[in-house]
Design a protein around this ligand. Structure first.
Ligand code: ZN
Length: 408
C-alpha cells in the first residue's frame, strides 16, 4: 500500500471535478438505449447495456486508467498498477423506460472523481477503484432478481481487497426536495417485510344467510387491510406500509367469502420496529377474526433486514457534504441499492442528491445540473478524505457489518 496513512489529505481548490465533462458523459451514456421521450431502455444484458459497458471501459482507457470486466459482468476502473481498496460506483443498467440518472449518475461521478484525482497526480487516485455493477435492477426476463453484480462480487475474492464502498445516487423519492436538502448522508437501507394474512370463515349464500349468522372472511380481511396502516405507523411513524394484494375466495358477488388473503408489506430502518409491527399485525388479525367468527393466521412471506451503513464512514461523508457546500441531512433509503449488499462485507456509506418531484424509474427522472455537480464534489471530498486516512481509517474491515439474514 503506497498510501501514506498518517497524512490527512485536504482538497486544494485546484483539484476540482470538471462539471461540464461529468454532464457530457451523462448525456453520452444516456444515448445507449435512449428513448425519444428522454428515458432510457438499458435492461441488463441488452445490446444497449453491453454497448454502454464497452463505452465505459473506453472512457476509462481514454483517461489513462485500466479497465477490466469480471466474470459477472461488472466493469472496474483503476490507476494502472495501483492496489485500490476504496470502491465507488453504482450501476448502469436501467428498468424498462427508466431514467437517465438512476445508477448512471453514481458511476459517471465516480469516473469523474477518479479522472480528476489521476490528472492532478493526487495520491488518493491510487486508492480508488470505480465500478459499474451488473444487473442492479433485476428487470430482465432472465434476471435473478437484481443486485446480481454486487452479490457476485461479494461472493468472490475481490471483496477481500476492499476496505470501504461509497455510492452516490439520486434519492428516487420526494423527501429531500420537501426538506430543502441538496445532499444527504444515507445511513442505511430500510428492511422490507411481507406477511400474508389468511382469514377463514364459511362460504354461504349471500342472500339467504342472515347477517348475524355469517362467518365472512372477506369482511375480516377488509377490516385488517383498513386498520393495519395505522397500527404499523403507531409502532414507528418513520415506517411505510402497504396492502397491495387482497383476494376473496371463491370470489363471487353472491357468495359470502369463505376465505380471504391479503399481503401486507412494510419497510423500516429499525429491527425492533419491524418485529413490533409483526406483533401488531398478528394481534389485529386474531382480534378481527374472533370478532367476526373467523379464524385468522399470519405467515411471513419474506424478510429483508435493514442494511446498516458504517457510522464512521457516514460521519466522514457528512463532513464531505459540508465541504461541498450543500445543505445536507441524514436519511435512510427506502429503495434497495448495491450498497446494501456491500455493507454486509465492508464499511459502506451513500450520498443522495434530490430527485425533482420525487420521480424515478421514469423517463421524467431529473436532478438539476448544479446539484449533480455538487454531489460529485461531495464524493470527491469523501474519497480524498477516506484515502488520506488509509484503509484502517474508514471504519476497519467490517466491524459494524453483519452477515445478511436470508430471505424467508
Ligand atoms: Zn439505482
Amino acid at each position: 500500500m503506497d498510501i501514506d496513512t498518517d497524512t490527512a489529505i485536504n482538497l486544494d481548490t485546484a483539484v476540482d471535478i470538471d462539471a461540464g465533462r461529468l454532464l457530457r458523459d451523462l448525456d453520452e451514456l444516456a444515448r445507449f438505449g435512449g428513448r425519444p421521450d428522454g428515458g432510457v431502455d438499458r435492461v441488463a444484458g441488452s445490446p444497449a447495456d453491453l454497448a454502454s459497458r464497452a463505452w465505459l471501459a473506453d472512457r476509462l482507457a481514454e483517461a489513462g486508467l485500466a479497465a477490466r470486466t469480471d466474470a459477472a459482468g461488472n466493469v472496474f476502473g483503476q490507476v494502472p498498477g495501483a492496489r485500490p481498496w476504496l470502491l465507488a460506483g453504482s450501476h448502469t443498467d436501467t428498468v424498462p423506460a427508466g431514467g437517465r440518472l438512476d445508477g448512471a449518475y453514481g458511476v459517471i461521478a465516480a469516473l469523474e472523481v477518479l479522472r480528476t484525482l489521476h490528472e492532478h497526480g493526487h495520491p488518493a487516485a491510487g486508492a480508488l477503484e470505480v465500478v459499474s455493477f451488473w444487473d442492479e435492477e433485476g428487470a430482465g426476463p432472465a434476471s435473478a432478481g437484481g443486485l446480481a453484480g454486487s452479490t457476485a462480487m461479494c461472493a468472490g475474492d475481490h471483496v477481500r481487497d476492499l476496505r470501504a464502498y461509497l455510492e452516490l445516487h439520486i434519492e428516487q423519492g420526494p423527501r429531500m426536495e420537501r426538506d430543502g436538502l441538496e445532499l444527504a448522508v444515507v445511513e442505511g437501507i430500510v428492511g422490507i417485510e411481507r406477511h400474508q394474512v389468511v382469514m377463514r370463515g364459511a362460504a354461504n349464500h349471500a342472500g339467504t344467510t342472515p347477517m348475524d349468522e355469517r362467518a365472512d372472511a372477506g369482511r375480516a380481511a377488509a377490516v385488517v387491510a383498513a386498520a393495519v396502516p395505522d397500527r404499523v405507523l403507531g409502532v414507528d411513524p418513520a415506517m411505510v406500509v402497504n396492502v397491495g394484494h387482497i383476494e376473496f375466495l371463491p370470489g363471487a358477488p353472491n357468495v359470502v367469502p369463505g376465505e380471504a388473503r391479503l399481503v401486507v408489506e412494510w419497510r423500516g430502518a429499525r429491527d425492533d420496529s419491524l418485529l413490533r409491527a409483526e406483533k401488531e399485525l398478528s394481534a389485529l388479525a386474531h382480534d378481527t377474526a374472533e370478532a367476526l367468527g373467523c379464524q385468522g393466521e399470519i405467515r411471513a412471506v419474506s424478510r429483508k433486514p435493514p442494511a446498516v451503513f458504517d457510522p464512521g464512514l457516514c460521519d466522514l461523508v457528512a463532513r464531505a457534504c459540508r465541504a461541498a457546500g450543500g445543505p445536507a441531512g441524514r436519511m435512510h433509503s427506502f429503495a434497495g441499492h448495491d450498497a446494501g449488499v456491500l455493507s454486509a462485507h465492508v464499511p459502506t456509506a451513500m450520498i443522495f442528491v434530490p430527485s425533482a418531484g420525487g420521480v424515478s424509474h421514469s423517463p421524467l427522472e431529473h436532478t438539476p445540473e448544479p446539484m449533480l455537480a455538487r454531489g460529485c464534489r461531495a464524493l470527491l471530498a469523501a474519497v480524498a478524505e477516506a484515502a488520506g486516512r488509509g484503509p484502517a481509517g474508514t471504519g476497519g474491515t467490517g466491524g459494524t457489518a453483519r452477515p445478511p439474514r436470508g430471505e424467508e
